[in-house]
Design a protein around this ligand. Structure first.
Ligand code: ZN
Ligand code: ZN
Length: 92
């Protein structure tokens, strides 16, 4: 099990994701290529019971939008630096 803190629409929440890790990695791996992930797809987590972790490359090509765009992982150094807040006021 992997515990993540994610920020979504201005809220921070803790999410526990079940992932199989053969090694203890310093970063959360992309579920497609095992490179460090910077994004979390909520549709994968909730609907498909997959880790939902995506690197920049696989996030761009990811088809799921039912729960909105994949959310940035707060524990990614790049996300913390640029202060990404997402698009303002999605038209729901
Ligand atoms: Zn990837
Ligand atoms: Zn997904």
């Amino acid at each position: 099990m992997l515990s993540l803190i994610i920020r979504y629409k201005g809220h921070s929440l803790r999410l526990v994701v079940s992932v199989k890790l053969t090694d203890v990695l310093p970063e959360t791996p992309c579920m497609e290529c095992q490179r460090p992930a910077a994004w979390l797809c909520l549709e994968c987590v909730y609907d498909l019971a997959k880790p939902g972790l995506l690197c920049d490359k696989h996030n761009e090509a990811h088809p799921h939008t039912d729960y909105g765009e994949p959310v940035p992982l707060v524990n990614s150094p790049r996300v913390g630096m640029c202060g990404y807040e997402g698009p303002a006021e999605p038209p729901y």
